[in-house]
Design a protein around this ligand. Structure first.
Ligand code: ADP
Length: 489
C-alpha cells in the first residue's frame, strides 16, 4: 500500500515551509512567486500574501540594486549564482534597511534542460557581518590612535615566533620601510648590554605569561646613533587558553632618557663639588670645638657640636645623591669583605646616638655574626633605617636595632614607635622619590631616595628588604643578607 500521501509539490511545500531559512521559488522570466516560506516573507517585510505576485512587484526597491539583473541572467544562462555576504537594502516598515545575506539563485530546468524557474535559498548573516565591521572599525580606530600618539606596535606569533612590526616600530629599530625583519634581526639591533635581558624577558613571557615592560637602547645601523625605546607587551590566548601571540606597543623615549642622563650628571657634579668645601668646614668646626672645650667655652662648644651634627647629616644627604646618580648609570659596585655584622650594628648605633640625641637608640645584644659584604654600604643601610626611625617617630621614644640569623639568612631590623605606614604606601616606599602622602611627612625634610638606595644595596648583595607596620603603631624595617657559604654547610 502506498502510504505516501503527498505529490512532489506538496512535499516541497512542506520542506520549504518548515525551513528557518528564507526560501522562495519563482517561475518564468517574470519571476512569479510559486512558493515563499514564512522566513522569506519575514525577511522581505511585505506581508504573507506573496504567492502569485512577481518578485519584481514585491521588491521594487531592488531595481537599483544588482539582483534583478542577476536573477534574469540565471534564468537565461542556466548558471546558478552564489552570493557571499552580499548587501541587500530592503524597505521594512516603510524604511530602507541594510542586510547581509549568503544566498543562491538555483536555476530549475525541465526535462529538455530548459530553465523554467529559479529556487532562491538564503541565510541572513547581517549580525556576523555587522559585528565584524564594528570590530574592524574599532581596530582601525585603535591603530590610528596608536599611530597618532607616535607609538609603534609589534606582535610575535606564539608557535612560529614570526614577528610583525608596524611601520613606526620598524622605523624606531632603524629598518627601511620595505624591510620585514625577523625577531632575531630586531633583537640584534638592541644594544649588546641589554640584548640578553630582553631575550630572557621575552622567553619568560612566552613560558609563564604575564606582562613585559622594558626600556632599552637600540642602535640604528645606518647612522650608528642610539635611540631609547620603552616597550610594553603581554601574552594573548585562544579560547582554550593556549598562547597565540605576544604583542604590545613601543615608544621612543630618547628625549626623556637624555633629560634623565643630563639631570643625573648635574646631580653628580653638584654633589661632588659640595663634598670638598663640606669636608674642610667639618675640620674647621672640629678644631674650633676642641679649642672651645679646652678654654671652657661651653656655649660655643655646644653650638659647634650641633653644627658638627648638621654637617654629618648634610654629608649623608650628598652621599645619597651621589649614590643615586651612580645607581642610575649602573656604576655602583660592591667591595666585599669579611666582617662581624653584630659589631657593625653596634658601631652604627653608637654613631647614630651621637647625631640623634633626641631618641633612645638601643642595640639588642647579639652573638658574633660573620658575613661577607660591602661593609660601608651595609653600614649606610643600617644608618639610613635608623635616621628614618628618628625622623618619623616622636622625640624621647625608643628605637631598637637588632641582628640575628633568621630563615638561613643574616637578619637586621630597626623598630620604632613612630607614625607607622599605611598599607598602600608600604609597597611603594622602596621606589625612587616615593614619600608617603601625609601632613607629617610633608613637614619632615627628605627626598624619598634613602630607602630606594638601601633596597638597591641589599638587592646587589642578593638580600631582601621589607617593612612591617601599621599606621600610628610604629614600623619595623628588616633586611636580610646571605650567610657565607662555609657557615651554611
Ligand atoms: P625620605 O625619608 O627622605 O623621605 P626614604 O626613602 O628614606 O626618604 O623614605 C621614603 C618614605 O618612607 C618616607 O618619606 C616616609 O613616608 C616613609 N618612611 C620611611 N621610614 C619610615 C619610618 N620609620 N616610619 C614611617 N614612615 C617611614
Amino acid at each position: 500500500m502506498n502510504t505516501f500521501p503527498l505529490n512532489e509539490l506538496e512535499i516541497l511545500r512542506a520542506v520549504v515551509a518548515g525551513s528557518p531559512n528564507p526560501i522562495g521559488l519563482y517561475a518564468g522570466r517574470e519571476m512569479r512567486i510559486m512558493l515563499a516560506n514564512k522566513a522569506i516573507a519575514k525577511a522581505w517585510g511585505k506581508g504573507d500574501d506573496l504567492v502569485g505576485k512577481t518578485f519584481y512587484e514585491v521588491l521594487p526597491e531592488l531595481e537599483s540594486q544588482p539582483f534583478y539583473k542577476i536573477l534574469d541572467d540565471v534564468f537565461t544562462s542556466g548558471v546558478p549564482y552564489h552570493a557571499k555576504e552580499d548587501r541587500v537594502d530592503l524597505v521594512i516598515d516603510g524604511e530602507m534597511q541594510t542586510f547581509y545575506y549568503n544566498f543562491t539563485y538555483q536555476p530549475l530546468k525541465n526535462e529538455e534542460g530548459k530553465v523554467w524557474g529559479v529556487l532562491n535559498t538564503a541565510t541572513n548573516v547581517t549580525e556576523q557581518v555587522v559585528a565584524r565591521h564594528q570590530r574592524a572599525n574599532l581596530q582601525e580606530g585603535l591603530r590610528l590612535a596608536v599611530e597618532s600618539a607616535g607609538l609603534g606596535t609589534w606582535s610575535i606569533d606564539a608557535v612560529s615566533r614570526k614577528s610583525t612590526l608596524s611601520e613606526t616600530t620598524r622605523h624606531m629599530f632603524g629598518f627601511e620601510e620595505h624591510d620585514h625583519p625577523t625577531l632575531e634581526s630586531s633583537l640584534m639591533r638592541i644594544a649588546p648590554d641589554y640584548r640578553e635581558e630582553v631575550i630572557n624577558i621575552i622567553n619568560d613571557a612566552f613560558e609563564k605569561g604575564g606582562r613585559y615592560d622594558m626600556e632599552f637602547p637600540v642602535i640604528d645601523e645606518r647612522t650608528g646613533k642610539q635611540r631609547w625605546l620603552h616597550s610594553i607587551g603581554k601574552q594573548y590566548h585562544d579560547t582554550e587558553g593556549r598562547p597565540t601571540r605576544f604583542s604590545g606597543i613601543v615608544m621612543d623615549i630618547t628625549d626623556k632618557k637624555q633629560e634623565e642622563i643630563r639631570k643625573n650628571d648635574f646631580i653628580a657634579m653638584v654633589s661632588h663639588e659640595l663634598k670638598t668645601p663640606l669636608t674642610s668646614i667639618k675640620s674647621y668646626i672640629q678644631i674650633s670645638l676642641l679649642k672651645a672645650q679646652k678654654n671652657g667655652e661651653d656655649f660655643i662648644a655646644n653650638a659647634l657640636g650641633k653644627a658638627d651634627q648638621q654637617i654629618v647629616k648634610m654629608t649623608k644627604m650628598i652621599r645619597g645623591f651621589l649614590d643615586l646618580s651612580k645607581l642610575e648609570t649602573g656604576k655602583i659596585t660592591l667591595s666585599p669583605e669579611s666582617f662581624d655584622l653584630c659589631e657593625l650594628v653596634n658601631e652604627v648605633v653608637n654613631d647614630a646616638r651621637f647625631v640623634n640625641q633626641s631618641h633612645f637608640i638601643e642595640a639588642e645584644s647579639c652573638t658574633p655574626l660573620p658575613i661577607v659584604a660591602d661593609k660601608n654600604k651595609i653600614a649606610q643601610v643600617i644608618d639610613n633605617l635608623i635616621s628614618n626611625a628618628v625622623k618619623y617617630s616622636p622625640k624621647e621614644t625608643e628605637i631598637k636595632v637588632a641582628c640575628n640569623v633568621y630563615d638561613g639568612m643574616a637578619h637586621v631590623y630597626v623598630a620604632d614607635q613612630g607614625i607607622g605606614i599605611k598599607p598602600v604606601d608600604q609597597s611603594r616606599l622602596f621606589d625612587r622619590f616615593y614619600r608617603a602622602d601625609n601632613d607629617i611627612i610633608k613637614n619632615v625634610a627628605g627626598f624619598g631616595i634613602g630607602l630606594y638606595i638601601s633596597a638597591e644595596i641589599v638587592h646587589l648583595h642578593q638580600g631582601q628588604i621589607w617593612v612591617q607596620s601599621e599606621e600610628l603603631a610604629g614600623s619595623v624595617f628588616h633586611f636580610s643578607l646571605p650567610l657565607p657559604q662555609d657557615s651554611v654547610n
